[in-house]
Design a protein around this ligand. Structure first.
Ligand code: GLN
Length: 242
């Protein structure tokens, strides 16, 4: 049984990010592997025994509540130490880092699971379709998603970007980076849900905890991906991209 923990969907669940749990579970079931989704709401204890942990996007206030609970229990830290995988989107990504801008507009301590610092970026929110080329070492096809955030995330030496932004803004720290990866911990600004749009990323994360997985027929996802890539083409290239 592979267990997938969906953390605080009522606090961190914008743009259907909870769908990432459904995608992971279903891709296992299609292969005949049992999967269980464990939903944890605020105030409930977080199990440290799950295989994959998911956090979604959220507003500044709710994300501050979520990080306070996780830093108090340290259950996610324990899980990561034992090799669990984490996928965190937008607000979830921001709170994986060392600090982020909290609900009161001031820096708040993050979980410290990724070497990254997020602050409120200048100007308008970064909103729209986003396309990124993943780190070649991951062996993944182009990433597609939707972003909506004020935060700008700078990575430190202990994390590398998940990908390089082609269209949209991503981390928007001036280096073209999108998201972060540190061991089995992945952060990204891509909503979508990201794993519905990028099934190869879903399988990469699953393979970390299950071992190699046989391929599935992803024809339907390919149609969605093409449609979303075409939609993204209407958005400006990342400033500075050629
Ligand atoms: N509140 C954060 C920001 O605006 C995250 C937003 C989100 O998760 N969509 O940067």
């Amino acid at each position: 049984m592979t267990s997938i923990c969906l953390l605080y969907p009522e606090l961190l669940g914008t743009y259907g990010d909870g769908g990432n749990a459904v995608v992971l579970a279903q891709r296992l079931r299609w292969r005949g592997i049992d999967a269980d989704i464990v939903e944890v709401t605020a105030g409930a204890p977080v199990p440290s025994s799950c295989d994959v942990y998911l956090m979604g996007g959220g507003e500044d206030g709710p994300q501050t509540l979520a990080v306070a609970e996780l830093n108090e229990s340290r259950a996610l830290h324990v899980a990561v130490d034992r090799g669990a995988a984490v996928l965190a989107v937008c607000a979830g990504f921001q709170l994986l880092g060392e600090s982020f801008t909290g609900g009161d507009g001031r820096p708040a301590a993050g979980l410290g699971l990724v070497d990254a610092v997020t602050s409120h970026g200048p100007g308008a929110r970064r909103v729209g379709e986003i396309v990124a080329e993943p780190d070649p070492a991951l062996g993944l096809p182009t990433l597609t998603g939707y972003e909506n955030h004020q935060g700008v995330t700078r990575l430190g030496a202990g994390a590398r970007p998940l990908g390089h932004v082609m269209i949209g803004r991503g981390n928007d720290a001036g280096d073209g980076g999108e998201g972060a990866i540190a061991g089995r911990v992945v952060g990204t600004y891509l909503h979508g849900p990201v794993l519905a749009r990028n099934p190869a990323l879903a399988d990469l994360i699953l393979s970390w905890v299950t071992g190699p997985l046989p391929a599935l027929d992803d024809t339907e996802a390919s149609v969605l991906r093409s449609e979303r890539m075409a939609a993204a083409a209407g958005r400006r290239l990342r400033p500075g991209a050629t």
